[in-house]
Design a protein around this ligand. Structure first.
Ligand code: ADP
Length: 463
C-alpha cells in the first residue's frame, strides 16, 4: 500500500469515526428527546445529515399525527351530538378539512343492490363544502370491491393519479387516498381525500388518519340513518293510529244523521199530508248536507298530510284580513256582530295565500259561530321581534282551561250539543297549515268571557 493510499484510508477512517460519533450523538439526543443536536439539515447529504433530516421528519409527522388524533377525538364528540344524517355528513367533510388538515374530502355511501356509490358531500375546486347528493357511480371492477370483500386498509394512489371534479372530468393530477367507512365490520361507504388544492406531499400518517376517520364517520352516519328510519317508522305508526281513530270518530258521527235519514225516508213513504212530507224531506236534506260537509272536511284534513305543497308569496296582510272580514260579516249578518280592526298597516307576510286564507277562515268561522248575537269580534295584526301575529278575538262563550289542551285534536268539540253538528276539524286544519309555515297558534280563553286565537308566523323581512 502506498503512503498516499494510507493517508486517504486514514482520512476516510477518521471521517467515518466522526460521522459515527455524530450519529451516536444524534440518536442519543433523539432518545433523550433533546433538540440541541437536532438542528435542521435538510440540505445536508452526508449520512448523519440525512439521518437527522429523516429523524426530524418522522418526529414532526409523529407530533402532527398526535395532534390530528386529538382533533379526531374532539370531532368524534362534536359529530356524535348531531342527529340528522345530512347534517352529520356535511359536518364530517367540514371538520375533516378544517381540523384534520385534509385538502379535499368527500363521502360516498354504497348501494349494494344497485352496485353504485351514492354521493353526499364533498369539497369543490375552491375549497368549499359542496352538495354531491345527486351524484352516483358504478363501483364494478374498482377498488370498492376490495372494501366490500373485507379489505380494511386505505387504498392509495400515487402523485400522478388523475383527480376528478363532480362531473367525472379530470381536473389535475396528485395523490389520492380512499378509506372504507365501516359500521361494526360492515362496509357502508368510502371517504376519499386528495391534494388538488395545495398540492402538498402525502404525509406518512394521512392514510391511517383517514382510515380511523372512516371508522368514526361510518359508525356515526349509520347510527343516524338507523335513528331516522326508526323515527319515520314511529311516525307512520302514529299516523295509522290517528287515522284509525279518525275513521272511528267519523263513522260514529255519521251514525246519527244516517239513522235520521233512514227513519224519515220510511215515514215519508207513508205520509199523505204534503206540509208534513216537506218538513221530513227538509230534515233529510239537512242531514245529507251535514254528512257531505263532514266528508269534505275529513278529505281536506287527510289531504293536508300528503298534498300540502306550499307556494309562498309576499302577501299584504291588511288586504287579506279585510277581504276575509267582509265575507264573514255578510255570512254572520243575522247575528248583528260588531267587528273592529287593529292592524299594523305595513305588514307583509310570506305565506301560501290559498292555505293561509283557509286557516284564517277556520278561526273566523269559529269566532262567528261561538259568539252570541250582538257580540264583538276584533281582528288585528302586530309585529314582534322576528315574528308576526294575526289575532282573532271574540267575546263569545269561551272555553275552560282543560278544553284548551284538546281543541286542536281532530274531531274534538268542547260541547257536542252547542256546536250544532260541526266537523270538529277546523282547528286541526288551521294548525297544520300554520305549522307548515313554520308558525304556531296560541289561544287564550275563559268561559263566558271570550277567546283570543293568535297565529304567529316567522317574519321574513327585516323591517
Ligand atoms: P268545530 O267544527 O267544532 O268548530 P274546531 O276544530 O274548529 O271544530 O273547534 C274545536 C272546538 O273548539 C269547537 O267545537 C269549540 O268547542 C271550540 N272552539 C273553537 N273556537 C272557539 C271560539 N272562538 N270560542 C269558543 N269555543 C271555540
Amino acid at each position: 500500500m502506498h503512503a498516499a493510499d494510507d493517508a486517504s484510508f486514514q482520512q476516510q477512517q477518521e471521517r467515518l469515526a466522526h460521522e459515527v460519533a455524530q450519529i451516536e450523538r444524534i440518536v442519543a439526543a433523539a432518545a433523550r428527546g433533546e433538540q440541541d443536536d437536532m438542528d435542521d439539515r435538510s440540505g445536508d447529504l452526508s449520512l448523519p445529515g440525512r439521518l437527522l433530516y429523516e429523524l426530524r421528519r418522522r418526529e414532526d409527522a409523529g407530533f402532527l399525527f398526535q395532534e390530528r388524533l386529538k382533533a379526531l377525538n374532539e370531532i368524534t364528540i362534536a359529530l356524535s351530538r348531531i342527529d340528522t344524517f345530512d347534517s352529520l355528513c356535511w359536518h364530517a367533510v367540514k371538520y375533516g378539512i378544517d381540523q384534520l388538515g385534509f385538502d379535499r374530502l368527500s363521502l360516498w355511501f354504497v348501494n349494494l343492490e344497485q352496485r353504485q356509490m351514492i354521493g353526499s358531500y364533498g369539497v369543490d375546486e375552491g375549497g368549499e363544502v359542496r352538495d354531491e347528493r345527486g351524484l352516483r357511480w358504478s363501483y364494478a371492477e374498482t377498488y370498492i370491491e376490495d372494501f366490500i370483500d373485507g379489505k380494511t386498509e386505505a387504498s392509495l394512489a400515487n402523485d400522478d393519479a388523475p383527480i376528478y371534479n363532480n362531473r367525472s372530468e379530470i381536473i389535475g393530477h396528485g395523490w389520492h387516498i380512499s378509506a372504507p367507512m365501516l359500521h361494526s365490520e360492515r362496509f357502508v361507504g368510502v371517504l376519499t381525500a386528495d391534494n388538488y388544492l395545495r398540492k402538498q406531499p402525502m404525509r406518512s400518517y394521512e392514510p391511517e388518519l383517514l382510515r380511523l376517520y372512516g371508522i368514526t364517520v361510518g359508525h356515526l352516519t349509520e347510527l343516524a340513518r338507523i335513528r331516522e328510519q326508526a323515527f319515520a317508522m314511529r311516525l307512520e305508526q302514529e299516523r295509522t293510529r290517528v287515522l284509525r281513530q279518525f275513521i272511528r270518530d267519523v263513522g260514529h258521527d255519521f251514525r246519527t244523521p244516517l239513522s235520521v235519514i233512514n227513519t224519515n225516508s220510511f215515514i215519508l213513504t207513508r205520509l199523505e199530508d204534503l206540509v208534513r212530507r216537506q218538513s221530513f224531506a227538509d230534515e233529510i236534506r239537512g242531514q245529507v248536507r251535514y254528512i257531505s260537509r263532514m266528508l269534505d272536511s275529513a278529505l281536506e284534513f287527510i289531504a293536508l298530510d300528503s298534498d300540502m305543497v306550499l307556494n309562498p308569496t309576499a302577501t299584504d296582510l291588511r288586504a287579506l284580513l279585510a277581504e276575509l272580514i267582509a265575507i264573514h260579516q255578510t255570512q254572520g249578518a243575522a247575528k248583528n256582530l260588531i267587528w273592529t280592526t287593529d292592524y299594523d298597516p305595513s305588514l307583509t307576510v310570506t305565506v301560501d295565500t290559498h292555505f293561509m286564507r283557509r286557516a284564517l277562515v277556520c278561526l273566523l268561522e269559529n269566532a262567528v259561530q261561538y259568539t252570541p248575537v250582538g257580540g264583538c269580534i276584533r281582528v288585528g295584526s302586530a309585529r314582534y321581534s322576528g315574528e308576526i301575529g294575526i289575532r282573532i278575538e271574540d267575546n263569545g262563550i269561551g272555553m275552560a282551561a282543560d278544553a284548551l289542551d284538546r281543541i286542536f285534536e281532530p274531531m274534538y268539540r268542547v260541547n257536542q250539543a252547542r256546536t250544532e253538528r260541526r266537523s270538529g276539524l277546523g282547528l286541526s286544519i288551521a294548525r297544520r297549515i300554520v305549522e307548515a309555515h313554520g308558525g304556531r297558534i296560541v289561544v287564550r280563553s275563559a268561559p263566558g268571557k271570550g277567546s283570543r286565537f293568535e297565529v304567529i308566523l316567522p317574519a321574513q323581512d327585516r323591517g
